[in-house]
Design a protein around this ligand. Structure first.
Ligand code: SAH
Length: 353
């Protein structure tokens, strides 16, 4: 079981059976989209969000629908196997660079990823200021939500595209005595079923890479955040472009395309693209970090665990295309080693009213 925990959901992303369309991301927040002002406040941000949300995306509606259906189907089909092998957290672990990691350390590393993210964002642990209302955007089977609800005594709502995940997340909440604290439903992160300004912590752990329109994604995170609330995005990005670069190198694009084709992802963006989106909303206190070195042991562990009996038989049971998808795993390692892929955290605070 311990070695199985090394293999996380990212591995499962490789197991999709047919490549989805890869809509381009769009950034309607060009500097000309909004008049600049130094008097940023919650209401202003809210108006800007609504205006920008109406902007069009370069991806067609049919492309986006097809991608969403594919993601939902993929997680519907795979989540039971994932949980059986890897447990309730579907994200990378956080490791000290250069340390040896044994099989049993990986679950702890996943919890550490949550804790390091909270610490980086400066989330308060004290009674009056700790989060009370949390949204888990792209919640998987709710591992983060339940952890955060227990840690802070907070109310937490999770959304996922997968009905199977939402049902399982609710069942686990019930089984753990948390049904009055956490709830999960099927909903789109790009059109969230929540009124404005609801949550003092907006949490997105490794779901942003699935979003075909990063601008809409950020708009929605901002819209549902309460004034003074914190947004935490932990996600896969491509490297930032240099000052003289307009795009990645052809070989880099090719590497990412092969990963996208295997993992059900639309086009990627860079960490600085996220920063630009938040800056265009006059957000302050935007913080980022590159945690690629802290997740380096992860993919080799995923590959090793796929080679365990349980991993291997699960893989075989998934079919030939899944095996073909598994062969793409080394490309993630290559992407990190060559500096094309970055494991990024982006946090910011919505201006208080
Ligand atoms: N955050 C979870 C799961 C990560 S897996 C964890 O750390 O355990 C990616 C999750 O993103 C899946 O639950 C998937 O359904 C969700 N997701 C992807 N695109 C989404 C969208 N447009 N709206 C809501 N959820 C989405």
């Amino acid at each position: 079981m311990a070695s199985a925990l090394q293999t996380l959901p990212c591995f499962l992303r490789m197991c999709q059976l047919s490549p989805p369309p890869r809509p381009s991301i769009s950034f309607p927040y060009s500097s000309s989209s909004f008049s600049r002002t130094s008097q940023s406040n919650g209401r202003l941000v809210s108006r800007r969000v609504k205006a920008a949300a109406a902007s069009s995306s370069s991806a067609t509606a049919a492309d986006v629908r097809e991608l969403k259906d594919g993601i939902a189907e993929f997680y519907d089909e795979s989540s039971g196997i994932w949980e059986n092998i890897w447990g309730e957290h579907m994200h990378h672990g956080f490791y000290d660079p250069g340390t040896e990691v044994s099989g049993s350390d990986h679950r702890g590393a996943q919890i550490r990823m949550i804790e390091e993210s909270l610490r980086f964002a400066g989330i308060s642990e004290d009674g009056a200021n700790k989060p009370k209302r949390i949204v888990d955007v792209g919640c998987g089977i709710g591992g983060s939500s339940r952890y955060l609800a227990k840690k802070y005594g907070a109310q937490c709502q999770g959304i996922t595209l997968s009905p199977v995940q939402a049902d399982r997340a609710n069942a686990l909440a019930e089984a753990q005595g948390l049904a009055d604290k956490v709830s999960f439903r099927v909903a789109d992160a790009l059109n969230q079923p929540f009124p404005d300004e609801q949550f003092d912590l907006v949490w997105s752990m490794e779901s942003g890479e699935h979003m075909p329109d990063k601008s809409k994604f950020v708009n929605e995170l901002v819209r549902v955040a309460a004034p003074g609330g914190t947004i935490i995005i932990v996600t896969w990005c491509h490297r930032d472009l240099g000052p003289s670069e307009e795009s990645l190198q052809p070989w880099e694009k090719d590497l990412l395309k092969r990963i996208c084709d295997a993992y059900y992802l639309p086009d990627w963006c860079s960490t600085s693209d996220y920063v630009k989106l938040f800056q265009s909303l006059s957000f302050q206190e935007i913080k980022t970090d590159d945690w690629s070195k802290h997740v380096a042991p992860f993919w080799p562990a995923v590959i090793r665990s796929a080679m365990t009996w349980k991993g291997f038989t699960s893989l075989l049971g998934s079919g030939l295309k899944t095996i073909k998808g598994a062969l793409v795993m080394p490309l993630m390692i290559q992407g990190y080693q060559k500096g094309v892929i970055k494991f990024s955290i982006i946090t910011c605070r919505k201006p208080p009213q």
